[in-house]
Structures are given as C-alpha cells and as structure tokens.
Design a protein around this ligand. Structure first.
Ligand SMILES: [Zn+2]
Length: 452
C-alpha cells in the first residue's frame, strides 16, 4: 500500500499488482441515483480507483478529519489531519496523483478536466459500521491545485460537557452562568479549537425545558439546528435584523442566543430586554483566551461597551489538547524541582506521564546498523496520543473583574496578570491539572500553550 502504516509485506503485495481495495461505499449527493451508480461503475474501471478509495478509507482508519492534497508541477503530497496534527504521506508522482483525483471528480459528478475553478462535491458512506459524510473541494492555486476532503461523522459523538473534558466544578459554575438571568455569557476558542462543537453542546445542555431559548442570525450563516432552541433568520429582501428581533421579542423568550452581536440597534434592543424583563443573552467569538474574547465583544460594540460589561457574567474559552494513548503512555516520577516549577505540592502527584513515540523507521536499527523490530502500539499507531479533550478557561465576571476590565481595557496583558494574581485558573493551570490526572503530557500542554 502506498498510504498508511501497513504491516511489512504490504509493499510486496503492491508490486505483485494485487491491490486490495477497501470496501468503501460511495453515495454521492446532488446527483441522481441512477447517474451516480453509472459514474461509480465507470470509475471502478479507472487505474486510479484502488488508490483513490484507499486514500479515504485509510484516513478514516487513522481517525483523520481532513485530507489535503497539494498538486505541483513535480508531483503531489497528501496529508492527513489527525487530532489536529498534519501528517504527510509519502509523495506521489503526478500521473499517480492525477489518476486518483480523476476518480473522485468523476464519482462526485464533477469535471475532471477542470483544474482551476473551484468544484465542490459530497458523499455519504458507511464504513466500519459508522455513518460518515465526506465533503470534497478542489481549486486551482498558484502552485497547482489543492484538494480538501472533510470527514465528519453523520451523528455527533460528543453530547455533554463532560464528554468535552470539562471538570465537574467548572461545569457547575458554567451551567449556572448559562442558566442565569440578566446576564451575558460569551463562549469562545481560538480558530480550529472546536468552538462550533462546544457552542452546540453548551446550548444543548442548558436548561431549555423551563425557559424558552431563541437564536437570531443571518440566514447566510445558518448552522445545524440546536435541540430545543427556536431559530429565526433574517435575509436580504426580508425583515431587517431589528424588525425580526421585534417580532421575536413579542413571543417573550427567556434567553437570546446571538452567534454574532449583529449591529448596535440589536444590541441596544437586547440590552433593553435584559434590563427591563430579566432576559438573558449568550454570544460567541473566536479568541485566544477569555480576556481576548471579552475585550473583543466590548471593543466591537463601543457604544454599548459599558452596558455589556455591566451584565457580563462569564466567559468560556477552550483549547483542544491531545489525550495520551491509554495503551502505551509511560509513567515517570517527577523530580521535586519539576513539581515546584509546576506549582504542584510535593507528594500530591506521584506520577506524570509521557507518550511512547517509536523512532522513525530508518532509525530502527541496532549499533551495527541491523534492523530491529520495534513493537508499535496498535491503538495509537505510534502517535502516542489518541483523541482530544478541551482545556477550559472559565472567567467568572464579578464586580472586581469588571472594575479591572474597565481599568485595563487597553492593556490586556495587565488584565491577565491581575486575573492570575487573583487566583483565576488559565490554560496553564488547567493543563497541569490534566497532566496530574494522567490525561495528557507536559510536552503537549506546552505545545498547545504556544499555539502550535
Ligand atoms: Zn498507544
């Protein structure tokens, strides 16, 4: 096999021409059923078919959620994104890569000859008893062509805040904020750190049986529905956001969910509802930490910054971190100096853990240069990590914090220092706690803190 980390002898099989094609069914969307079947039958005869199917099947087997292929004049390189980390596959020559791409464009009803204009396709598959939805996109770039597959489960697996890795104490405080009154809660994360998932799970786990939750958003930004949140969209040619808000207001909802704080008029109208009618509000933003999120909301709404700060109750921020593989993580005894550096009391954390990362294949040799057999963990395939969790920073906004925010609004780092000094637990503290629980490693915390 050209892709994946196959057992030895796999290459021999390839050279003998007996390529085993994984059983990956393809149900292309957006084209008629009969046409799709015809395209699939024709594609099976193409020389690039086994590799095209193997590329995607191996990605799913590796738990990748993206496949990126960059075509240049010389050849093409495919990469898988596993737990947020890009892994390059061996380079392909152009004829091989082109043959593979033709197959995907054909089965998805796209034009294989088109290498410049953007083309989009989608298909559903059931693979290893799980339903997947896979999107395909190809577009010309200055260096050649770029192809992206996005691999998602049809049904989300993560359902609760605990599934995301939120500690009980943080959950309790956070749910209290979401279910509060007369307040503003901000949910945030840096780009590619899982904000859409945490947004959905936060809202799905809030108290929606006693209170009515409504969401107001531009139709253009419509996302998958959130259970028990009634959604209202404005669009060009219809009600303005303010008109829509006025109609929604008459239904007397309890909580306004605004993925974006649409415009000053809407902000003013919601603030009016919060002050007069004890309503509540939840919004979100892409931000590196809680301070960044709060300051973005305030500075993005200068006219109402003071009022928004006055009602702010809490800001959640999260970063995704890889979990150590439970099958191969290695315990070690931290030195007293290390514990001191990490601010962990001596004796409380007898063990920390690190990943098992085997040396690269070309270094698996003994002193004489003879190859040695190294056992690779079957669960994580030698990655040392398996799956991810979120580290949560939950900023509780009380009068003391409000005063500091007003004082340091132009000096975010001063604000961060103030919060740390007053005992606010940031990513570093949360990360060390996750290490002490054996969930992740110090190296991984460091990597995520540096934003890599
Ligand atoms: Zn492992």
């Amino acid at each position: 096999m050209i892709f994946g980390r196959k057992k030895k002898n796999a290459d021999k099989k390839d050279s003998a021409g007996e390529v085993e094609v994984p059983n990956l069914e393809i149900k292309a969307s957006g084209i008629g059923k009969e046409e799709a079947v015809g395209l699939l039958i024709a594609a099976r005869q193409l020389p690039g078919y086994p590799l095209a199917i193997t590329l995607v099947a191996n990605a799913i087997n590796s738990r990748a959620d993206r496949i990126l292929i960059d075509f240049s004049a010389q050849g093409a390189v495919a990469r898988y994104r596993v737990d947020g980390i890009w892994e390059s596959l061996p380079a392909m020559d152009r004829p091989t890569a082109d043959a593979l791409l033709v197959v995907w464009k054909k089965v998805l009803g796209l034009n294989p000859a088109e290498r410049k204009a953007r083309q989009d396709g989608k298909f559903a598959t059931n693979f290893r008893d799980i339903d997947w939805v896979i999107s395909f996109m190809s577009t010309g770039v200055p260096s050649g062509e770029r192809v992206l597959f996005t691999i998602e489960r049809k049904k989300p697996v993560l359902k609760t805040l605990a599934d995301l890795g939120m500690r009980d104490a943080v959950q309790e405080s956070y749910k209290g904020m979401l279910n509060g009154n007369k307040g503003l809660v901000i949910i945030s994360a840096p780009a590619t750190h899982g904000l859409p998932t945490t947004w959905r799970i936060s809202l799905e786990n809030a108290d929606k049986f006693v209170r009515d939750w409504v969401l107001i958003e531009n139709k253009k930004n419509q996302e998958p529905e959130i259970i028990n949140v009634t959604e209202y969209f404005y669009e060009d040619g219809g009600d303005t956001p303010e008109q829509l808000f006025d109609k929604v207001r008459l239904k007397q909802p309890d909580v306004y969910v605004l993925p974006s704080l649409i415009n000053p008029q809407v902000v003013e109208a919601v603030l009016g509802q919060i002050h007069k009618e004890q309503k509540h509000m939840v919004t979100r933003t892409v931000a590196v930490d809680a301070v960044d999120a709060l300051l973005q909301v305030l500075k993005g709404n200068p006219k109402h910054a003071k009022a928004l700060l006055g009602i702010a109750q809490g800001v959640l921020n999260q970063r995704l971190i890889r979990r150590l593989c439970e099958s191969c993580k290695q315990a070690y005894q931290p030195s007293p100096q290390l514990l001191q550096k990490l601010n962990l009391p001596a004796g409380r954390v007898p063990k920390l853990y690190k990943p098992t990362i085997p040396p690269p294949p070309d270094q698996r040799v003994d002193a004489k240069g003879n190859p040695i057999e190294i056992e690779i963990c079957k669960k994580c395939n030698g990655r040392g990590y398996f799956g991810r969790m979120a580290l949560f920073e939950l900023l509780v906004v009380d009068d003391k914090v409000r005063k500091a925010v007003a004082q340091f609004i132009e000096k975010p780092d001063e604000l961060r220092k103030f919060l740390k000094a007053s005992g606010h637990s940031g990513f570093f503290e949360e990360g060390i706690l996750a290490c002490a629980l054996g969930q992740t490693s110090l190296e991984e915390v460091q990597r995520v803190m540096q934003g890599k």
